[in-house]
Design a protein around this ligand. Structure first.
Ligand code: ZN
Length: 219
């Protein structure tokens, strides 16, 4: 199970691993935590839930490139930017039940070192889940900290990084990232201050090995 704070984190942080898992027949379930509406908060044309629907469709397309069927993703639609203000323990308990139902053994969640409140909140929810199910292996994947924090490895403290070479999955991963049109500056035209991934950012995540930190479950 992959916890993605926003539609695009799954492709950026673990697209290669998802493609590799699917190629081996491993079931992958993706949870999109927020509605993604904060990427273009000033757009009138894409307000009122339209951007959320667009981003969800993009995520489904991205996951198709990685070998996942549309029903492998669930959208929780918590308010973008405010996941930390929700009841993380309750969200974690519900997701832990879902893990038990789906026989999930491995949980990947955004790293709490990432400099984004929803990424930190997602990491905290993952920690709640392993409290319910200590047998779940929990791995943290960095996105923003890898990009903007030169000391991100040290910032993870005693957690040791494992690197996954995505060379064999690079074209699928690139197509998955590319499916997130609205985050690449191609769709929303009436919010110039809205988010657009820089080209170098896309290139970095499309080609660099993926990094995962195993997080011990704390009682
Ligand atoms: Zn994100």
């Amino acid at each position: 199970m992959i916890l993605a704070p926003h539609a695009d984190d799954e492709s950026l942080g673990c697209g290669g691993l998802i493609a590799a898992a699917r190629a081996q027949g491993v079931a992958v379930h993706v949870i999109c935590m927020t509605d993604g509406a904060a990427s273009h908060p000033n757009s009138h044309a894409w307000g009122g839930g339209r951007l959320t629907e667009r981003r969800e469709a993009e995520m489904i397309r991205a996951l198709a490139h990685l070998g996942c069927a549309p029903d492998s993703v669930r959208f929780l639609r918590h308010p973008d930017g405010w996941l930390g203000a929700q009841d993380g323990a309750a969200i974690g308990a519900t997701l832990a039940d879902l893990c038990a139902q789906l026989r999930v053994r491995t949980l990947l969640a955004s790293s709490g070192i990432d400099h984004h409140a929803d990424h930190k909140a997602t990491a905290a929810i993952a920690a709640h889940m392993t409290r319910h199910h200590p047998e779940l292996r929990h791995w943290a994947y960095p996105v923003w900290s890898r990009w903007d924090d030169a000391a991100y490895l040290q910032a993870h403290g005693r957690l040791r990084p494992r690197s996954f070479d995505t060379s064999d999955w690079q074209s699928a991963k690139r197509r998955a990232i590319d499916a997130h049109d609205s985050q690449l500056g191609r769709i929303v035209e009436d919010d110039p201050a809205g988010f657009a991934m820089p080209g170098a950012f896309v290139e970095f995540f499309a080609t660099a090995p993926e990094i995962f930190f195993e997080v011990p479950s704390c009682p």
